[in-house]
Design a protein around this ligand. Sequence first.
Ligand SMILES: NC(=O)C1=CN([C@@H]2O[C@H](COP(=O)(O)OP(=O)(O)OC[C@H]3O[C@@H](n4cnc5c(N)ncnc54)[C@H](O)[C@@H]3O)[C@@H](O)[C@H]2O)C=CC1
Ligand SMILES: CC(=O)C(=O)O
Length: 306
Amino acid sequence: MFSSRIAILGAGSVGSAIAYSLIINPVCSEVLLVDPQTEVRDAQVEDLGDASFAGVRVRAGTHKEAGQCSIVIITAGAKQRPGESRTDLLQRNLNILHSAIEDMKPFHEDTVILLVANPVDVLTYFAQQMAGLPKEQVIGSGTFLDSTRLRGILARKVDLDPASIHAYVIGEHGDSQLVAWSTITVGGASLENELRQRSIDLDRKAVAEETRDKAAKIIKAKGATAYGIGGVAAILCKSILFDERKVRPVSHWNEELQCCLSLPVVLGRKGIVRNLSIVLVEEEKALLEKSAGTLRGLIATAGGKE
Ligand SMILES: NC(=O)C1=CN([C@@H]2O[C@H](COP(=O)(O)OP(=O)(O)OC[C@H]3O[C@@H](n4cnc5c(N)ncnc54)[C@H](O)[C@@H]3O)[C@@H](O)[C@H]2O)C=CC1
Ligand SMILES: CC(=O)C(=O)O
């Protein structure tokens, strides 16, 4: 059995969905839930414990214990109300992040921090400044969830398994994100080729908008998204703990663009193992730079570097 521990800060909708994914498909021995709302936290522990058939222990933990875990997943923070954007949460969630990180410090030298709370790219940047860990060990779930949504939408359009479509949403996990259309492949062939061969007329703009707006649509109807990020965060934990070297689009510091945003990178036990050089066409490069500009602006507004 595994010996690693994963701490989840925030035992709300997202934290509990991530915990559920982690106990259903075990990758660690213990999951710690950390939340100042102790009554809710303890009820989540009890409820999740009833589902822990695979032997993963779930218990309440403290911030100090979390700082010593193999992975700390930060979901602590306010969520969007219908009509709000992720960036509307910035100041509230930055304050929560600051106190949570101070409460966890000093971190174990091998801890990887996975930001999930929004706006995830900006919080990833500030967590890197605050945590005292190498930048490679502080990452955000970024556009992995958007890329999963994109693959699902494309899979329905072209009648294929989503896992057989290599497609990435890059940039901000937010409104300035973009689909890297020119890089999409199916079985080694370009998506263009697949569409042409099968005479499928794909409305790319509509697909990109459906992908981008999916969270808002779910939030409008049920108040939160949870299962998607639950699955995605658990997959990222597995990639990290098993040193899988999987390529994932996650939020990380990009020296060239001077902000944290998502591009495909190689993930391993110490977080980002290396960057990959995705080859974009000019229009995509311009959109990525625009997305980075949005994120740099948000960082500056929140008191980070200009
Ligand atoms: N990156 C992504 O793809 C996604 C991000 N999110 C984000 O995740 C965040 C959480 O969403 P929900 O779970 O729905 O919210 P929620 O309100 O259900 O849960 C948040 C929890 O954080 C706790 N919390 C507050 N301060 C804390 C601290 N210092 N330490 C530990 N816990 C603390 C609260 O008590 C609350 O229980 C939101 O910011 C939301 O926007 C949600 C879905 C997907
Ligand atoms: C809420 C959010 O960030 C999402 O579901 O994409």
